[in-house]
Write a protein that binds this ligand. Structure first.
Ligand SMILES: [Zn+2]
Length: 606
């Protein structure tokens, strides 16, 4: 067979050729130089990262005719025999198939004899963790008192399975996965030597697929070469290896950035139908986001080995996310990668992951929140102030208007059921602030136009207007207008307090004054206000005037009011005197009737 696979053809023959395990090779070179050799070594690490290769180089270094030397010549008889695998003094044993006590006993016997031709008798036991406990115990005897001419090299992928007694008698070297950059560099070297034209992104794809394993990457390269010939592009590699190309990751990123849920679903389905390895795709996505995060946080492009043609696109996509978002998303992707490992339906995990990412709201930066607060503060200075009460401070900037109203209504309802004798909240301290564009509030003006207000309310809702006619504008505190009703008018008060907005609008349209109304029950609804009982009446000038006006025999608004109510009440022939107030019409005496008429869509006929 003239063709030699790349992995064998390019197998390192010196320590310096071993890629990605410098921490091991340098130590071994120094040990040989300084003649500080151990009699047993453990080489642990994932498969295909150079454990057996390094073991062979070490045997050559020890047995080379020009040695022991850190740089074996690879030309002497000892070196060539070891390279060819037929050295009489180097025994390579597969631990998996020679795992019993008998094999180890034979091995122990053979260690007694000195090497036939070379300096050392070297035993390389691969997959040593496969030995049985008895075999390990038998081996232990030799390791405790090793003959000077014997060196053991144990290679294992599962060092945790070795007994502590063995571990403590060996010098241990942990081999690492090889970085994608180093694999790509090595593959590039091989390709240029083999006269193969290949995209760097295709090499990167191979490196990623081989998961830090140099031997796998070289086998994959072999496979790709026999499929594509000497000119290889990324697409070919992606198709052949079932690896996910960068375009898929960028498409996913776009869907996430634009919260494009339909695309997220269709990508997930497409990937599944194409037969991509879902686990690989998810871990690739984590890497993709990691690259964006690295680019955004450090601006460094050194991690983009093999992805140089995509850097601009990476930058474009990274710009669409904040660092916080990228970290959050990576967290979600990594969790999904862990979940999908044991899943029976990995494609559902992928779909869920992509939807979750696409639905993820962008996190608001702290600075943005601070800026918004600053903006609101500025607005507050410009906006008209709303009425404040002593017990509840309403901040209109932070409360939606509807909420403010309902809060106020709740307060009003509480006041409505409160007995008049019980002192209410002192509203008199609130300033006489008025909304810009409307007139300054004035109780006398409201009183003088009260009949118009009642009429306006009646136009909107006849029963409410009739009920309102029973009450009187009684007291004004800041922008809050109190309308006083009789002791028995609980229903009127409650109903009207539920419709404050309508009354307020009527007052605004009639007087151009912006007030907040609040109906309450008093001892006398006929103009004789309970002077002295209302806490506000004692303290404030408007209230005092109000009391004075109310006590006068003929206050200014009264005649109008009376005229109005007389006209209104004319159709009533024999009103029951104990239930119908002087100032109301028949509907005000039977508010329920008014409501029924209104509910049924009827009309009051006079
Ligand atoms: Zn040699």
């Amino acid at each position: 067979m003239s063709y030699l696979v790349i992995a064998r053809k390019w197998r390192p023959t010196t320590f310096s050729e071993v890629v990605g395990q410098e921490h091991v090779t340098t130590t071994l070179e120094n040990a040989i130089k300084n003649d500080r050799l151990a009699s047993a070594y453990i080489f642990s690490g994932p498969r295909g990262v150079g454990k057996t290769t390094t073991a062979r180089i070490l045997t050559k270094a020890l047995n080379c005719e020009n040695g022991p030397t850190p740089t074996p010549c690879n030309t002497c008889a000892a070196c060539t025999e070891i390279t060819a695998g037929n050295s009489i003094d180097v025994l390579e044993i597969d631990g998996a198939s020679n795992r019993g006590i008998d094999e180890v006993r034979n091995l122990r016997e053979s260690t007694r004899y000195t090497p036939a031709r070379n300096r050392y008798k070297i035993y390389i036991i691969d997959e040593v963790h496969m030995l049985t406990t008895e075999a390990f115990n038998a081996l232990l005897k030799t390791l405790e008192e090793p003959p000077a001419h014997v060196v053991f090299i144990f290679a294992t992928t599962e060092v945790n399975k070795l007994p502590a007694t063995i571990l403590s008698r060996c010098q241990r070297f942990d081999f690492r996965r090889i970085s994608a950059q180093k694999i790509v560099a090595q593959l590039e070297k091989i390709c240029s030597h083999e006269k193969i034209t290949i995209d760097k992104s295709a090499l990167y794809l191979i490196a990623r697929k081989s998961e830090g394993c140099m031997r796998d990457s070289q086998s994959l390269l072999d496979q790709v070469i026999s499929f594509c010939g000497t000119t290889i592009q990324e697409d070919d590699v992606a198709n052949l290896l079932g690896a996910v190309g960068q375009d898929v990751y960028f498409e996913i990123t776009r869907a996430i950035a634009e919260h494009d849920l339909p695309s997220a679903v269709s990508i997930a389905r497409h990937v599944y139908e194409k037969g991509y390895e879902i686990k690989e795709l998810i871990s690739g996505l984590a890497e993709h986001f990691n690259l964006m995060l690295t680019l955004k946080t450090t601006g460094s492009k050194e991690h983009f080995v093999g992805l140089e043609p995509f850097i601009e696109e990476f930058e474009k996509h990274a710009g669409r996310f904040s660092e916080t978002d990228l970290i959050r998303m990576m967290q979600v992707i990594i969790e999904a990668a862990a979940d999908v490992r044991w899943s029976m339906n990995p494609h559902l995990h992928l779909e869920m992951l992509l939807l979750r990412l696409a639905k993820m709201p962008a996190s608001v930066e702290l600075q943005q929140v601070l800026d918004d607060i600053e903006e609101l503060k500025k607005k507050r200075v410009v906006e008209p102030a709303e009425p404040q009460t002593n017990n509840v401070r309403v901040l209109p900037q932070f409360t939606p208007r509807s909420q403010t109203t309902s809060l106020f209504q709740n307060l009003s309802r509480q006041n409505a059921v409160r007995d008049q004798d019980e002192p209410g909240p002192a509203n008199a301290t609130a300033g006489d602030e008025t909304a810009s564009g409307s007139e300054p509030v004035d109780l006398e003006v409201i009183r003088s136009k009260w009949a118009g207000v009642v009429a306006a309310v009646k136009k909107k809702k006849i029963s409410l207007g009739s009920m309102l006619a029973v009450g009187q504008p009684y007291h004004l505190s800041g922008n809050q207008l109190e309308i006083l009703f009789g002791e028995k008018d609980t229903f009127h008060v409650n109903t009207l307090n539920e419709n404050q907005k309508l009354i307020q609008e009527a007052i605004l349209s009639e007087t151009n004054m912006k007030v907040f109304v609040h109906c309450l029950k008093g001892t006398n609804a006929n103009g004789h206000s309970p002077a002295g009982k209302h806490p506000a009446a004692e303290n404030t000038a408007p209230a005092a005037e109000n009391v004075a006006a109310a006590e006068e025999p003929a206050p200014q608004p009264q005649p109008e009011h009376t005229a109005e109510t007389v006209r209104e009440s004319t159709p009533i022939q024999t009103p029951p005197p104990e239930t119908v107030p002087d100032t109301g019409d028949w509907l005000s005496a039977y508010p329920l009737a008014g409501q029924i008429i209104e509910t049924l869509g009827g009309e009051k006929l006079r």
